[in-house]
Each structure stands twice: as C-alpha cells, then as structure tokens.
Design a binder for this molecule. Sequence first.
Ligand code: NDP
Length: 298
Amino acid sequence: AGEGATIDGKAVADQIRKEISASVALMKGKHGQVPGLAVVIVGERKDSQTYVRMKRRACAEVGFRSFDCDLPGDSTQQEVLDAVAKFNANPHVHGILVQLPLPKHIDEEAVLAAISVDKDVDGFHPLNIGKLAMKGREPLFTPCTPAGCLELLDRIGADLRGKRAVVVGRSNIVGMPVAMLLLKRNATVTICHSASVDMASIVREADVVVAAAGQAQMIKGSWIKPGAIIIDVGTNPIDDASRKLGYRLVGDADFDSCKKVAGAITAVPGGVGPMTIALLLKNTLTSAERFYEGKVSG
Ligand code: NDP
C-alpha cells in the first residue's frame, strides 16, 4: 500500500529546456542562426495573454528569437491570415503559433489550415492531425500538451503496449490527440466524454488515465485501479479564501484520494502545464534543425 509517487512536470520541463538551450548554442556555432517562433494573438483575453507572455519569455530563455504579432480583437479574418502569410514567408521563423481560442467572428479552421505545414509547431494543421490519426504515418509536429503527457509517461518508464488507457475528454487540442498518441504506442484506448455513462467503471479498468475534461476534482480515488498512472491535464480554478488571489488551481482528479490508490499522479499545478511550453520549444527546435540541417526526424 502506501502512496503513489507525484510526477514533477516542472523538473522534467526544466531538464528539457536545458537540453534545448544546449542545442541552440550548437546551432548558433554551426549555422550562425537560432530557432525563431512567431506567436500571434488576437484580442485581449486575459488567460490567452498570460499564456502568450509565458511562451515568449520561454523562447527568450532558451535563446530563440521571438516574433510578436498582437492584433486587436476586432481584426478581420484577412488581417489574421495576412499575419500568418507574412510569417510563412519569413525564413527566420521556424514555428508559427496562433493562440486559441480566436474571436468568434474568425474562422479558426481556416486560420490553422493557412499555417505552413512545416512551421505548424502547435500540430493543429489538419494535415498534421490527419497523419496523427493514421496508422503508419507520422505528423511533422505533435500537439504540445498531448506530447507533454506522453513525454511524462516515457520519463517515468511507463510501458504502454497492450495497456488499458482511458482518456477523459475529446477536445481537438488535448483529448483527441492524446488518445491518438496512446493508440500509436499500442495501448488499448477508450475515450470518455460528456455523454459517457458510468464513467467510474470505465476509468476503473485503466492502467493509464489521462484526465482532460476541465471538471475540478471529478475523478475520485474510488475510480482508480490500484497502481494506475494518472496524467491530469485539468487546470481548474476553485475558490480558496486562504490564497492571496482567493482561488487555487486543481486538476480533474481529486488529488488526495487518487494519490492513495495510484502508482503515480501528476501534480497540479506543476505537472502537465510546464510540459506544454517545453514541448512547444522542442517542436520549434526540431523545425529549425530540419531547416538548417536537413534533418528529418519523427
Ligand atoms: P474542452 O472544454 O475543450 O473539452 C473538455 C472535454 O471534456 C470535452 O470533450 C467534454 O465532452 C469532456 N467533458 C466535459 N465534462 C465532462 C464530464 N463531466 N464527464 C466526461 N467528459 C466531460 O477542454 P480542453 O480539452 O481544452 O481542456 C481540458 C482541461 O485541460 C481544462 O481544464 C484546461 O484548462 C486544461 N488544459 C491544460 C493545458 C495545460 O496544462 N497546458 C492545455 C490545455 C488545456 P464533450 O466533447 O462531449 O463536450
């Protein structure tokens, strides 16, 4: 018995960032160039601005060039497409990220499809998503949060082949791509969503649970098979009068009761969150390496 281990995503992410900094120094020495990431934000959403600020700061810290494009919330679709086209044509830009969600009047699908597929470091271009879903094909880039989940599983030595994996959530940015990645690694994958019935008994079958529903503390320890690994993507604010801001962030798993049963569980915050940015940097580095060194890798 005893308690499961807490998976420290921040420590893993710091390690990845160190590896990336070293690769940037090498690239600078060999080619006199560094990776460049363009981050496009449309509108003034506070959460989006925070994420964009974090991404730009992370770029600077590992020695990337950061290209900023901040468009007002009433920009036209054409203005957003023009910004993407400009970065598509810029040889110093190796990755283009358009922060989601976009304002309602802009067609997200059209914007994501306009990003050059070999600069699609978020991995949301329909061609990259399509290859992710196909057997025997590999996308040029894999979405960062799902890739971060798999990286955490790999770094703790989880063996996925033939294991039962349950993903809670089917969004285009987390649930669906993480399920595809688990399937590529030969897990037997079940996807739950808001119409699923008796989720507790489905989750109880899982050797690996990936929680991405955005429902605070929904998954209880009594749902967890002893020894299972829980990767908790959920980041939900709940009231907490003892905190300065009056709230704190919790995952989709009820951490205390789950930790008693699980083999390992990610911290929230400090689990999947920091991995997302680390994987964005890694995708951008990979893109720049392909560009300058003709390296083609998975
Ligand atoms: P969405 O709201 O887009 O998707 C939520 C998914 O969960 C949907 O598929 C929905 O089902 C399903 N769902 C919602 N409620 C339930 C329920 N009660 N039972 C079963 N399934 C349910 O969220 P995202 O995928 O964008 O994000 C999920 C969580 O991950 C959020 O907490 C978000 O903050 C966090 N997140 C964290 C990131 C990070 O750490 N870097 C990055 C991105 C997200 P249906 O499809 O039927 O509606």
